[in-house]
Design a protein around this ligand. Structure first.
Ligand code: SAM
Length: 346
């Protein structure tokens, strides 16, 4: 297939997204699936961000592909992010070099507000490797929104609070966003405002997820829905984390703050959670939905830790189990509309 044919096929495949009036941020070119193994191009309205993947040395992004895509969407800027395989373990400075702050095409763009299923998000294309919105979580955000009504939601590794916004838009009773970076949480607060919510400062908690999960567990503070979407690797003042090594600990801690009958939604590394939780003694686990990305688990009964400490009271449940429908991308997309648009006022 010629380069032009591959681009045309990728363009046609995105026709439903291109025609959706409430979404203008999505992946335009997806690596091998579209015939470009080293390249993924994200569209944020009229700004493109090209991600160049490589095993070793930096690869030059193919100018003719970027130019052709820019022309098709009428882009005012194209940025490039270099993603060598070791990018996730590099420190901030080294990561900065992988994300030039000037565009390779067009004029510099500081900020663009995009739409995703009618939600609004601030994207900063020149700010580091991550732009503010991970587009591969679109369906997961739609799922959270469709299942959040009346629920208390803890959004761990909240970043710019995409899941928190989705939860409130779906009528959540509360969305508590937890992230080690105050800067990211401030960004999250701006995203809340963009969607008509008045942010409540106490719902944006700056701290380490591991510290706070332990504190919540100690206090007996629980949530109906806990979302866990960690980076593959991170270092904070108090913890060093890698999904590879720490998924088990994270899974058990997160599950311990889910109300009985509540739901744990695990994204990056989440496919390990069911096995890890069984090993940790969660024998009543129901896997509601499983995809290459988020895994949805219903946590039934008390956590094994509580059972030990309270002298085993099997069957005692602190909340009535609430059955969520299984996670499937199609269902999530289907149910995204027609949900109450509640203001967050507590
Ligand atoms: C991969 S992003 C999370 C994506 C996010 N869930 C979303 O929906 O876009 C990584 C975030 O995790 C935060 N982070 C990394 N390690 C952390 C830790 N130990 N405790 C709290 N936040 C952490 C970073 O500050 C960053 O905002």
């Amino acid at each position: 297939m010629s380069l032009g044919d591959k681009l045309e096929a990728a363009w046609q495949r995105r026709a439903p997204l291109r025609d959706a009036p409430d979404t203008n941020a999505y992946r335009l070119l997806n690596r091998a699936a579209d015939g470009f193994p080293e390249l993924a191009v994200d569209r944020y309205d009229d700004v493109l961000v090209a991600n160049v993947y490589s095993a070793g040395a930096r690869l030059r992004p193919p100018a003719e592909v970027l130019e052709a895509l820019a022309e098709r969407v009428g882009a005012r800027a194209v940025y490039v992010k270099y993603r060598p395989v070791q990018a996730s373990v590099l420190d901030e400075d080294a990561r900065g070099e992988l994300a030039p702050s000037a565009p390779v095409l067009g004029q510099a763009v500081d900020r663009v507000v995009v739409r995703e299923n009618g939600l609004h998000f601030e994207v900063r294309p020149a700010e580091g490797l991550s732009t503010g919105l991970f587009l591969d979580m679109r369906e997961a955000r739609a799922f959270v929104r469709a299942n959040a009504a009346g629920q208390t939601v803890l959004n761990c590794f909240a970043y710019t609070c995409g899941f928190g916004v989705a939860a409130l838009k779906g009528g959540a009773a509360r969305a508590l966003n937890l992230d080690v970076s105050r800067r990211h949480l401030d960004w999250g607060e701006r995203n809340m405002r963009l969607n008509g919510f008045q942010p409540v400062r106490t719902d944006f908690l700056a701290g380490d997820v591991f510290d706070w999960l332990q504190r919540f567990a100690k206090r007996g503070q629980k949530f109906d829905v806990v979302i866990v979407d960690p980076p593959s690797y991170s270092t904070t003042r108090t913890t060093r984390f890698s999904v590879e090594r720490d998924a088990g600990r994270l899974a058990a801690l997160a599950a311990s703050v889910v109300h009985s009958g509540g739901t744990l939604i695990a994204c990056n590394g989440g496919s390990r959670f069911p096995v890890m939780l069984k090993m940790a003694g969660y024998d009543n686990l129901v896997v509601l939905g499983k995809s290459p990305h988020p895994v949805t688990l219903q946590i039934d009964g008390e956590s094994p830790g509580e059972r030990r400490f309270s002298g085993a009271r099997p069957g005692v449940q602190d909340r009535k189990p609430r059955r969520l429908s299984p996670w499937t991308p199609a269902r999530a997309a289907q149910r995204k509309s027609g949900l109450p648009d509640l203001r967050h006022e507590n």
